[in-house]
Design a binder for this molecule. Structure first.
Ligand SMILES: [Zn+2]
Length: 452
């Protein structure tokens, strides 16, 4: 017995980019069995459905695949957005020394809940002590590639501009990352996968990047790293590694076809060539990047055949803002008002993300045989009518609060706009408490914050 969604507008993001209006989707267990015109499909499948969802006024689309996230970083919401490039060394690294496991779990839970509520069915997450988030991810029911964020440079020295690599820290972090992989990779019915996630080239020794690559190859994991995120990164990489940041990453195994390179907004043409030649994927985080005053040359990357997917990164909770930012940023960057279209942005938010996660055969589109990771938006809403083009309305006018239903592996996580697998208010209140106590410890250790 399955679930039938009928009489909806179905945006498939399949290879023909079909939009069925009205369309129907029939799901059994964790998989989509059939997608097609509503009247014919519904008549044939209704007798087999234990549940029929009325899709009138609704739009069904693939769940978003968010390929870059630091769930616990919402602790910087309201502190980091106006802090510019002082944020990593002035806020992120210092906070990592005072945040407790409980704080991180509580704040991370809030971000994951927000992401699901805004239509993300898959999340690539990197965090220090990422394991503390795994039980919540399992309960919530979202799909997540999770990586222990690695960096063997001493954070307290890095705040002062010194880069000292610590063999003991590397060994401890690698043990934690591989231990997490051994305990959680393919768990939660396969929804949780482990990844190797060195933070960036200037906070990792060559030995650490090589250790991460070796562990990934041994355990069958994918990898991710921040690359091309500031001029400071490039000059520092040359100073401490005697190599450009992209060359250093490539030569130590962190630019390759199983790697997601995040940001890439401060890049030379030669850096783009390195990405293109390797088959690495880019996690483009246009909303976060715009807050730093920078825009990745996405059109140039796409023209070179690079798979560019989207990530929300820090602080933000509405994935539709990321989709819109991809379009507006590409148009500002190129000066071309049709540089990127809504259909391109939706493809980047879904299929490109699926490819970046190595799951393009399983997720990213609403197609028979794929996992039932999909969302349904209520378009009978202020701001969403009339519907002349459902893709443009979704990309330019929808918000998280328009998401009516979210399904992962055929299981409904959000219904009628409400979270079904967790207590939303308990998650919000726990995150608020954790943030307050962590900031008290931060200010006790480091004094007034840089962005206060
Ligand atoms: Zn990041």
């Amino acid at each position: 017995m399955g679930t039938l969604i009928k009489d909806a507008i179905v945006i498939t993001v399949d290879s023909a980019r079909r939009i069925l209006d009205p369309g129907a989707v029939y799901i059994e267990g964790a998989r989509i069995v059939e997608v097609g015109p509503s009247a014919e499909l519904a008549a044939r499948r209704a007798g087999f459905a234990s549940r029929v969802i009325d899709g009138r006024g609704k739009v069904v689309a693939p769940g978003f695949v968010n390929v870059h996230s630091h769930a616990g970083f919402n602790i910087f919401r309201g502190r980091s957005e106006d802090a510019g490039f002082k944020a990593p060394t002035g806020l992120y690294f210092p906070m990592s020394t005072v945040m407790t496991r409980e704080d991180r779990a509580a704040l991370g839970a809030l971000s994951y809940a927000e992401l699901v509520r805004s239509g993300c069915t898959s999340v690539m997450e990197l965090e220090e002590d990422v394991e503390c988030l795994a039980p919540f991810v399992e309960t919530l029911g979202v799909r997540s590639a999770m990586g222990e964020m690695l960096g063997d440079a001493d954070p307290d020295k890095m705040v002062k501009g010194e880069f000292a690599f610590d063999e003991k820290a590397n060994a401890e972090q690698m043990a934690r990352a591989t231990g997490f992989a051994q305990r959680w990779h393919t768990k939660a019915d396969g929804r949780i996968t482990a990844i190797m996630a060195p933070n960036m080239t200037i906070s990792s020794s060559p030995a650490q990047l090589r250790a991460a690559r070796a562990a990934a190859d041994k355990l069958g994991l994918r990898l991710t790293i921040h690359l091309g995120w500031s001029a400071f990164e490039h000059t520092t990489a040359r100073r401490i590694h005697n190599q450009g940041s992209f060359e250093f990453a490539r030569d130590n195994g962190l630019v390759a076809k199983d790697v997601v390179a995040t940001h890439c907004y401060v890049v030379a043409d030669s850096d783009i060539d390195i990405l293109a030649e390797s088959g690495a994927h880019v996690a483009h985080c246009p909303l976060m990047n715009a807050f730093r005053g920078l825009i990745a040359p996405v059109n140039q990357m796409r023209a070179k055949g690079i798979n560019v997917a989207l990530g929300i990164d820090n602080m933000f909770g509405d994935y539709f803002d990321v989709i819109r930012s991809a379009v507006t940023c590409a148009r500002i960057k190129t000066g071309d008002p049709v540089a990127l279209l809504s259909s391109d942005a939706l493809e980047m938010a879904t299929m490109a993300g699926a490819r970046a996660m190595g799951m393009e055969k399983e997720i990213g589109s609403v197609e028979a045989g794929k996992r039932a990771d999909l969302i349904m938006l209520d378009f009978r809403a202020l701001g969403l009518q009339p519907v002349l083009d459902p893709v443009q309305n979704l990309a330019y006018h929808a918000h998280a609060h328009d998401v009516d239903m979210v399904m992962v592996d055929g299981r409904i996580l959000v219904e009628g706009g409400e979270m079904k697998t967790i207590d939303r208010l308990a998650v919000i209140d726990a995150a608020t408490r954790a943030s307050k106590s962590a900031w008290v410890r931060f200010e006790k250790k480091y004094g007034a914050t840089i962005a206060a």
